[in-house]
Design a protein around this ligand. Structure first.
Ligand code: ATP
Ligand code: MG
Length: 456
């Protein structure tokens, strides 16, 4: 295994000899003359192991150790102790250092201790991977035809290198699908790097994806590795891909085609081997028609499309999902596992779940926390779902309306409904708050059949 080791010592000769011997052992070795430099390199390169001198100019080794253990607990640290710092060295093992070695250094001893520490790094990493694999809670649950087929499809395409576009409404499980592809892929022990395209401001997208060199722009105080760097040999998940600006789309396309890139402000060409998964809740064909999404990027990403169906089209999965989430939340709370009655499950099945699985999961979480008894009954659920309906934000995603008039009507209906709910169905107050005549509002309520909804 090729490990990265950082040697921190202000004595250049020590850095040099440690670098020599550890490189001969097949490791990549970086060196730093001070604590400040050490922290900077750690942030950038994330080494597996740090050999850290206790006495350093400026911030001393013990403080650096504490900072490493707080921010990067998985990095192992071996302290190097000079004459007179043995006591501190012993104390450092209590603070989480793996071990310490004394100056003058016996190089044989250094190699032995380093190998032990790296064994530990490897074991911990293996443990983590195993735990990830065994965690049933991030698996795609469901026995509906649609989900069974989706799982089969994932099994077939995950081990290939194909690019995959995952489509589906909010909360249907797109990210879960992406993670499950990673887990079953040949890149499963390489990184899975998520990029939320909607959350990155356009002017930062290049530096986020490709990284930047120190001084590339104001605020770039240090070199930074980009997501494509970090994901090398692994998978990049471009989440909300339709929310990227056209400009950013062009930049992404280029790297997708050329498989190499330069850091912002840099000249070095960096080759990268990444597999791309992308997800969106938008209708990309429509986005293309309206010139918000590039056709060439669409065809590049659309190699294998996967559609995650909305929960209302697979209601038979609701009981299974509900029970699954109840188990998950009871474990989290370390409480006794609650159960749910058949009547209660029936109530859940009548709801349409506009927020899909995420909405169901949220409601189950609230139920497990708020229900005092061990059994969740129908009457515990109804108020939560009703309340949700009333106070949900106005849902501006329109069903494909035929005309502007239809769209306007649909929006107006939802808007009035929400305002009525907010004002406790007091028509006078609502009319005031939205600036229309009371009689006018009455007419609209009748027209849209909203008084019927209230009676429900
Ligand atoms: N089939 C499923 N089995 C178990 N848990 C699921 C399933 N589908 C979704 N979930 C859970 O529901 C939540 C929402 O799923 P996820 O984040 O994958 O949805 P999404 O489609 O990416 O949503 P958004 O469009 O809002 O980003 C997550 O906590 C996820 O673990
Ligand atoms: Mg998502």
């Amino acid at each position: 295994m090729n490990n990265m080791i950082l040697v921190v010592d202000d004595e250049e000769s020590i850095c040099r000899s440690l670098k020599g011997i550890l490189s001969d052992e097949g490791h990549e070795v970086l060196t730093a003359p001070s604590g400040e430099e050490c922290l900077r390199i750690i942030e950038e390169e994330l080494p597996d192991l740090v050999l850290l001198d206790i006495w350093l100019p400026g911030v001393n080794g013990i403080e650096i150790l504490q900072s490493i253990k707080t921010n990067y607990p998985h990095i192992q640290v071996i302290m190097i102790s000079g004459h007179g710092t043995v006591e501190s060295a012993v104390r450092s093992t209590k603070l989480g250092a793996f071990d310490f070695i004394e100056k003058p250094l016996s190089l044989d001893k250094v190699v032995i201790i380093v190998n032990h520490a790296l064994d530990l790094v490897r074991l911990e990493e293996e443990n983590r991977l195993l735990r990830d694999r065994m965690m049933p809670f991030d698996e795609l649950q469901g026995e509906s035809k649609a989900i069974v087929e989706l799982r089969e499809m994932i099994q077939i395409i995950a081990p290939t290198n194909a690019w995959i576009l995952i489509m589906g409404e909010n909360g249907t499980g797109k990210e879960l699908v992406a993670r499950s592809i990673h887990k079953q892929s040949r890149r499963s022990n390489k990184p899975f790097i998520e990029v939320n395209c909607a959350a990155i401001p356009e002017e930062l997208i290049e530096s986020e994806l490709f990284g930047h060199e120190k001084g590339a722009f104001t605020g770039a105080t240090a070199k930074k590795r980009g997501k494509f760097d970090l994901a090398n040999e692994g998978i990049i998940f471009l989440d909300e891909v339709a929310d990227m600006s056209l400009n950013a789309q062009a930049k992404i396309l280029r790297i997708l085609q050329e498989k190499k890139f330069e850091r912002v402000g840099g000249t070095k060409i960096i080759e990268t081997d990444v597999r791309i998964l992308a997800a969106t809740n938008k209708d990309l064909e429509r986005e293309m028609e309206e010139e918000r999404f590039r056709q060439d990027l669409y065809y590049r990403l659309h190699v294998i499309p996967l559609l995650v169906p909305p929960l209302r089209e697979r209601k038979e999965d609701i009981p299974l999902l509900a029970n699954h989430f109840m188990k998950e939340f009871s474990l989290e709370e370390e409480g006794k596992q609650k159960t749910i009655t058949d009547d209660a499950l029936n109530v859940l099945m009548t709801h349409d779940w506009p927020g899909n699985v995420r909405e169901l999961k949220n409601i189950i979480e609230r139920l497990t926390i708020m229900t005092a008894t061990d059994v969740i009954a129908a009457q515990d659920i109804s108020p939560l779902i009703k309340e949700n309906k009333k106070f949900d934000h106005i849902d501006v995603t329109l069903h494909p309306a035929n005309s502007l008039k239809d769209a306007r009507r649909e929006f107006e209906k939802k808007y009035i409904l929400q305002k009525l709910a907010e004002n406790g169905w007091n028509v006078t107050k609502t009319a005031d708050s939205i600036g229309v005549e009371r009689s006018n509002l009455h007419k609209k309520i009748r027209n849209y059949g909203l008084d019927e909804i209230k009676k429900e």
